[in-house]
Design a binder for this molecule. Structure first.
Ligand code: ADP
Length: 769
């Protein structure tokens, strides 16, 4: 019979005391501290450790305790800063709790020893051997670190101690260790230990395997990612290359099918090889590519087949243009030679005339009639030869010149190529564009035209060049010699009216999608617009007003849901606003010192008022209003003439000594030059100094000599149209210009009194009141 003993006890949770080991716990519960105190005082530090089944219970009763506990002796004890105590016990042996003698204040339990039961020796030895083997082999993975179990084993321990110390250090859940406290049989405990060890090993193995797998899968993911990235890069690389190869093959095909001259093709293929070996990222690569693209875009063999039917030409010109009979005749004659010889004429057609008189549209009609492509390049403002011949490719951003650009646009080798405003080229230190143009327009040379960008010769010999200019005098002489000049002049009001009615209106109606019966405009309105809204040689402004009329009408139709609109003299202002110009004769007054001259500018004919006054001074001549040198000389001559004949004109000769004479030519936006204002200035000086009125309805033109002769001038037709346009009814022209009267449109001739004069005295007689 086991002796029943009683000792104070403390309950622990989550840990299990194993005999033959130290056991450390932190104690905070009052009830436990009391028990310890009693044990220390009354039981030579001996006490019982009870094991709480459920660690979450704060105030356990006996029912919450396991059946087995341990007899321990308090070793070290010290107080923690939080008021708890840290205790170290020596675990002496297993005990079975038989009774709870006291639960209040602290536990006092009755217990009996649970001594080791030694089993069969062979079994024990085998088991021990197996345990030792496992432990020594796998100490690292099986046991908690920092214990000297292997030392102890090698020094020799009894089987029960061996099991206890190994169990204590085994890396298993503390709670699971309770079963070792219950089991008295040492052999059973050994078996349990082996089983735990193998379980543990299995778990560890599994863990390791899982770890490996996880790691492997991470590695694999990474690897896959890396490979994918690499693959993408390779694909890109290969793709780029493949694309580039494809591009190069495409270009090669284009080069071959462009049928360039052999030399050019060889060069192109060389460049292609260079492109192939140049990395795409390098700037050079795109320069070569642009060059090759340009090369293949140029026409090298393609031509459109000419329609060599002269009547078609006449038809096309007539269909699109009102009037211009002489001009059309000249064009048809010019093309007749071309059709006859089946070659481009030796001279280049040059259409000269003010803006908006139909130069461009004539050229388009020619192209249409011949079934050729039409291209236009403007030469206005070009000062640099390279604009015509291109820049060398060594320049960054080099471009081909306008001629080859035009050819690229045309796409055929025989377009009608309009070189607009050839009179507006200027030359400077960068080279003379006119000399490059000479080469372009010279049939002897232009089969081998060289462009700096292209670097190879290009054949322009099949191109039908047509040039335009506003002002014949401004075309460089060598170029003019190459050209067949066809002059177009300003339109009269009637011509403008007919052009508007027959061409501008129908075209604009069609462009705006308006039907003819929806838009009714009185003839009177068209005339009114011509007279009071435009002041031009051609019909550009007029065309713009026609467009504005139509757009306003469409708006009106849509907003007010009308079937049609009818524009009359009364409502026209609602459509195009207030009139801009009024030339009402009755508004004008006869004045002293103010004379209307007639001028011929690049915009056509115009009136040129000249004002003269004089004031106290020292006999100087003051000139203002942007006059050219020739005009200044003319002013001087006019003044000298009046001075020389002062007495005859009833002018006090001293007036010249004590006064300055000031001549002003307003409306000076366009620089004016030429001698034809001589008579105008002489008349104005005479009027001013003699204080005689000048008739306001008279316009005049003519050069004056020192002896008072009136010499002929140019541009009579333009000047007379301008005179009529601005409401004058009489013009004085030099006698020698009588032969040009035929050129003046009948309509103008009928309205103007044209008086020819050969002496300035005749001028005075007709102009001064
Ligand atoms: P330019 O080249 O002389 O400056 P455009 O050829 O550009 O003038 O003519 C301007 C507009 O006037 C074009 O719409 C053109 O069709 C028209 N036009 C000019 N003259 C006539 C005409 N005689 N008959 C019909 N339309 C004309």
């Amino acid at each position: 019979m086991d002796t029943i003993k009683s000792l104070p006890a403390v309950a622990v949770r989550g840990v299990v005391p194993i005999p033959n080991n130290d056991f450390r716990i932190e104690v905070g519960r009052k009830i436990s501290l009391k028990a310890i105190e009693v044990a220390e005082k009354e039981f030579a530090q001996h006490m019982i450790i009870l094991i709480q089944k459920n660690p979450l219970i704060e105030e356990p009763t006996k029912d919450d305790m396991e059946e087995y506990g341990a007899l321990v002796k308090v070793g070290m004890k010290f107080k923690l800063p939080n008021g708890n105590f840290k205790l170290k016990f020596n675990v002496i042996e297993r005990v079975k709790i038989t009774n709870y003698a006291q639960e209040s204040k602290y536990f006092i339990v009755d217990y009996v020893d649970s001594p080791n039961i030694i089993g069969e020796t062979d079994e024990e030895l085998t088991l021990v051997k197996m345990v030792i083997e496992e432990v020594t082999k796998n100490a690292n993975v099986l046991l908690e670190a920092n214990n000297n179990i292997l030392d102890k084993i090698s020094q020799g321990v009894t089987t029960d101690i061996l099991v206890d110390i190994v169990v204590n250090a085994l890396k298993i859940n503390e709670v699971e260790k309770y079963k070792y406290l219950e089991e008295a049989s040492v052999n059973n405990r050994l078996k349990m230990l082996l089983s735990d060890i193998s379980h543990l090993k299995m778990i560890i193995d599994l863990e390791k395997k899982l770890n490996d797998e996880v790691k492997k899968s991470i590695d694999e993911n990474q690897k896959e990612y890396y490979l994918r990235e690499k693959m993408r890069a390779i694909q890109n690389e290969l793709g780029d290359k493949a694309r580039k190869e494809e591009e190069i093959e495409e270009l090669r095909e284009k080069i071959i099918s462009a049928k360039m001259p052999l030399l050019v093709e060889e060069k192109a293929l060389q460049e292609l090889a260079r492109l192939q070996s140049t990395p795409a990222q390098m700037a050079e690569s795109s320069i070569i590519k642009t060059y090759l693209d340009f090369l293949v875009a140029l026409p090298w063999y393609k031509v459109s087949e000419d329609l060599n039917d002269l009547s078609k030409v006449q038809e096309s010109l007539d269909k699109n243009h009102y009037g211009l009979e002489k001009v059309k005749d000249r064009i048809v004659e010019y093309l007749a030679v071309k059709i006859m010889t089946n070659k481009n004429p030796q001279t280049i057609l040059c259409l000269v005339g003010p803006p908006g008189v139909g130069k461009t549209s004539l050229a388009i009609s020619i192209a249409e009639a011949l079934n050729r492509k039409f291209v236009k390049q403007s030469l206005g403002g070009i000062r640099d030869e390279s604009e015509i011949r291109g820049h060398r490719r060594t320049y960054i951003g080099a471009l081909p010149g306008r001629i080859l650009n035009g050819m690229k646009q045309a796409g055929t080798m025989n377009p009608v190529f309009l070189l607009d405003e050839i009179d507006k080229m200027a030359s400077d230190y960068k080279g003379d564009p006119a000399s490059a143009m000479l080469e372009v327009l010279d049939p002897e040379q232009n089969s081998k035209f060289s462009d700096h960008y292209l670097e190879e010769q290009y054949d322009l010999s099949q191109v039908l060049f047509i040039t335009t200019a506003n002002y014949l005098e401004n075309i460089p002489a060598p170029l003019r010699d190459r050209m067949e000049i066809v002059e177009l002049s300003s339109y009269t009001e009637h011509e403008k009216f007919e052009i508007a009615r027959r061409h501008l209106l129908p075209k604009q109606l069609e462009a705006h999608g308006l039907k003819e019966n929806q838009f009714i405009v009185d003839d009177e309105v068209i005339y009114y617009i011509i007279q009071h809204y435009t002041r031009e040689a051609g019909v550009r402004e007029l065309n713009r007003y026609v467009g504005a009329l139509i757009r306003k009408s469409i708006k009106n139709i849509l907003i007010n849901k009308l079937d049609s609109v009818h524009i009359t003299r009364q409502n026209v202002e609602e459509y195009v606003g207030k009139a801009k110009f009024t030339h009402n004769i009755s508004d004008r007054k006869d004045r002293v010192g103010v004379v209307t001259g007639l001028a011929y500018t690049q915009y056509g004919g115009d009136t040129l008022p000249v004002e003269v006054t004089y004031y106290k001074g020292t006999g100087k001549l003051v000139l203002t209003g942007k006059l050219g040198d020739v005009m200044k000389e003319s002013a001087q001559t006019a003044l000298s003439f009046v001075k020389a004949n002062a007495l005859k004109f009833g002018i006090e000769p001293d007036i010249f000594k004590d006064n300055d004479v000031h001549i002003h030519v307003p409306e000076g936006a366009v620089p004016k030059d030429g001698p034809s204002a001589g008579v105008t200035m002489a008349t104005a000086i005479y009027s001013a100094l003699s204080n005689k009125l000048v008739k306001n309805n008279v316009g005049m033109t003519g050069e004056i000599t020192l002896t008072g002769l009136v010499l002929p001038i140019g541009g009579l037709k333009e000047k007379s149209i301008a005179a009529h346009r601005s409401g004058l009814n009489t013009i004085l022209i030099p006698k020698e210009n009588e032969r040009d009267i035929d050129d003046i449109p009948t309509e103008v001739k009928e309205k103007l009194t044209i008086i020819s004069v050969d002496n300035i005295l005749d001028v005075f007689a007709n102009a001064i009141k």
